[in-house]
Ligand binder design. Structure first.
Ligand code: CA
Ligand code: CA
Length: 267
């Protein structure tokens, strides 16, 4: 090959590598609408604060921005703040589980009643509660994993999107597009039951501030929507979500014999 062509090829390869590096530090997943029913049976609380579609995830993104990673979770419904939380949303609480290559924790965060496979290394909580309150609840309810749970300085809601940022170095130095994720939509419960990390319970029958369609014990997954399948938003992902969240077993007393196992999703 002539020197001229070698130089041209090197130049092209360099340009391609720069293009890849410029695009790679972001990842986006889509989720189908109408699957905000956990294993397929869950219903919303009856209070008017819970808008139709409020817990229906439609997309999620993680993007490197300077020294931060920006997280965005979008719901099917516009956000509302009926409880005066002050950040543009109130009823939702989103758990972002991230596997950066190890899968240190298999257990979900207390109150969710799930396990994750192949596990998570860091979790980011997007809550309308003040950071200090969330961190105090983490110390109380999730002490064993507290060092791996991150809370943005400020989490805000706008339109249909909840967003917050954490320091990239607190998660890992690798590219966020190389990590796998699970995004769990729950509800912000300001008066959680003991041991629950600000999560709202799912009972057999829905109540003013309780989800319905589950079990009165703590064996059913307390989650309304998750990512499933390839995270592309296809209709097949509804069935995949239902199958994962249905696979739990209860004792006669409503204790967990086997918790539902939720997958980590990678682009
Ligand atoms: Ca959804
Ligand atoms: Ca889903």
């Amino acid at each position: 090959m002539s020197t001229k062509y070698t130089k041209l090829l090197a130049g092209l390869m360099g340009a391609a590598m720069i293009a890849v590096a410029g695009q790679a530090a972001a990842v986006e997943f889509k989720d189908p609408t109408g699957d905000d029913n956990g294993p397929g049976t869950y219903t919303y609380p009856t209070d008017g604060a819970y808008l139709k579609g409020a817990f229906d995830l439609t997309s999620f993104s993680a993007e490197k921005s300077g020294s931060d990673i920006d997280f965005k979770a979008t719901m099917a419904s516009s956000l509302n703040d009926p409880w005066g939380m002050g950040g543009g949303f109130a009823t939702q609480m989103v758990f972002v589980f991230i596997n950066t290559g190890t899968g240190k924790h298999k257990d979900g965060i207390p109150g969710l009643n799930i396990q994750l496979e192949p596990g998570w290394d860091k979790a980011v909580i997007l809550s309308p509660q003040k950071k200090a309150r969330v961190e105090s609840e983490i110390r109380n309810s999730a002490a064993a994993m507290a060092g791996d749970i991150l809370v943005p300085g400020r989490t805000k809601g706008s339109g249909k999107t909840i967003s917050g940022s954490v320091k990239a170095a607190d998660i890992g130095t690798s590219d966020p597009s190389t990590w796998s994720y699970q995004v769990v939509v729950q509800s912000n419960e300001g008066f959680p039951a003991k041991g629950d990390l600000l999560t709202r319970r799912v009972n057999e029958f829905e109540g003013q501030h309780r989800f319905g369609g589950g079990n009165d014990g703590m064996c059913d997954p307390h989650v309304m929507d998750i990512l499933a399948g390839s995270g592309a938003g296809g209709a097949d992902e509804v069935a995949a979500q239902h199958a994962a969240l249905k696979a739990f077993e209860c004792t006669d007393d409503g204790e967990a014999k086997k918790l539902a196992v939720v997958p980590m999703i990678k682009k």
